[in-house]
Design a protein around this ligand. Structure first.
Ligand code: UD1
Length: 384
């Protein structure tokens, strides 16, 4: 095997869920520092300490090499600002591969700039589809997959969707779930936290709530959800770490929700604290993507308040139940959690803590092939 030259991988993170997806890959690239150099770009789409900095610290990602500080804004503005600010970074760094995780505005923006500069893009979490193009994330997924050279998938159906959209089989690599790698790596630290006790809750008897999607939060449904949560709190304690986007709207819709007995509204939590609360709960009510996966891995019931999910394996194999975009159904949460708990469930294939290793193996094999190809080209040109 011909040794390949050192590869420079540049990863782009921007929002809270990106950090858990990239952390294990950063760790693996650092472990193989004789083969890889790693550069981390933080777009700053999420910028608060509680939405960003705490994750960099807890997950050991370290200080980013470049911060773009794009902040909040409309979709066009946020996407455009990432594009504008990342271009000179990519030109200066000239990485061999640009790695983008997930489906947020930063993902698409970085991928688009990279391909236009002729840099290969690797998409982590490729092929997820809700088939709902009113979701900004769905547009980001479809478009990022369309321009990525390497498609890392974590769910078997992703391959079918990607092939159906005309992606070449050779680009698709089923590697497993890097978000679960992070959970596996952090499990002991999560277990020792004893989160329920510190929040004055009895383990296995409370509901964790997270809600932040525009479809729910940016309209009248949020007020209905708040009303239904008041009802649930009469039956079981509710803990609600509130996303900044939700907090502003919630205060307008229902200014006294936080005064409901047995309903605790918290600031967004760090990774360890949040997962510890989830692991100790009776179940979760959410509209998040990643939490559907984390609860499936932990075997904790998850009620998803959405009309669809891009993660159907969490329903077919795991502990996820789709409620529809219907806040009234929140009232049934205690009974539904018990129902889910009785269902058989399992962890999807390759959600085993080794996805990042497989990703880096694919990057190493690609580098090996490139080296062979470029040596073949230079020796044939010598022969001429
Ligand atoms: C983004 C992602 C979504 C992901 C979510 C996780 C897109 C299109 N959406 O949604 O896929 O599930 O992150 O959290 O990329 N804000 C703060 N502090 C912050 C970040 C945001 O106060 O650190 C506020 C902003 O003022 C903004 C709102 O939260 O009004 C929304 O932030 P934004 O980054 O636009 O999208 P999210 O809703 O967080």
């Amino acid at each position: 095997m011909i040794p390949s030259r050192m590869q420079k991988i540049l990863s782009v993170v921007g929002t809270r869920p990106n950090f858990m997806k990239v952390a294990p890959i950063v760790g693996e690239l650092e472990r193989r520092c004789d083969e890889f150099e790693h550069v981390l770009v933080h777009t700053g789409q999420h910028y608060d300490d509680v939405m960003s900095e705490i994750f960099l610290q807890e997950l050991g990602v370290g200080e980013p090499d470049h911060r773009l500080d794009v902040g909040s804004g409309s979709h066009a503005r946020q996407t455009a600002t990432v594009m504008e600010r990342i271009e000179p970074v990519l030109v200066a760094e000239r990485p061999d591969v640009v790695l983008v995780p997930g489906d947020v505005n930063s993902t698409l923006a970085a991928a688009l700039v990279a391909v236009k500069l002729g840099l290969p893009v690797a998409h982590v979490e490729a092929g997820l589809r809700s088939f709902d193009r009113t979701m900004p994330e769905e547009l980001n997924r479809v478009l990022t997959d369309a321009i990525s050279e390497i498609l890392f998938t974590h769910s078997p159906e992703a391959r079918e969707y990607l092939l159906g959209e005309g992606r070449e089989e050779s680009r698709i690599h089923y590697v497993g779930n890097t978000m679960i790698d992070t959970l596996v790596a952090m499990r002991e630290r999560i277990e020792v936290l004893d989160a329920p006790d510190r929040h004055g809750l009895a383990a296995g008897e409370y509901l964790v709530v997270t809600l932040h999607r525009p479809a729910l939060v940016d309209g009248p449904l949020l007020g209905l959800a708040a009303g239904a949560l008041r009802v649930v709190a009469q039956e079981m304690p509710v803990v609600f770490p509130v996303h900044p986007r939700t907090r502003a709207r919630l205060l307008a819709e229902d200014p006294t929700l936080s005064e409901t007995p047995e309903l605790t509204m918290l600031e967004p939590l760090g990774y360890l604290e949040f997962l510890a609360l989830v692991a100790g709960s009776a179940g979760v009510l959410t509209d998040s993507g990643g939490i559907q996966e984390e609860t499936t891995f932990l075997g904790v019931p998850c009620l998803t308040l959405r009309a669809n999910t891009e993660r159907p394996i969490t329903q077919s194999m795991g502990t996820n139940m789709l409620l529809g975009l219907d806040p009234e159904r929140i009232r049934d949460a205690p009974g539904l959690l018990a129902q889910v708990r009785r269902r058989p469930h399992a962890v999807p294939p390759l959600w085993d803590g080794c996805a990042a290793q497989r990703i880096v193996d694919v990057l190493a094999a690609r580098a090996g092939k490139e080296t062979q190809a470029s040596r073949a080209t230079s020796s044939s040109s010598l022969a001429i």
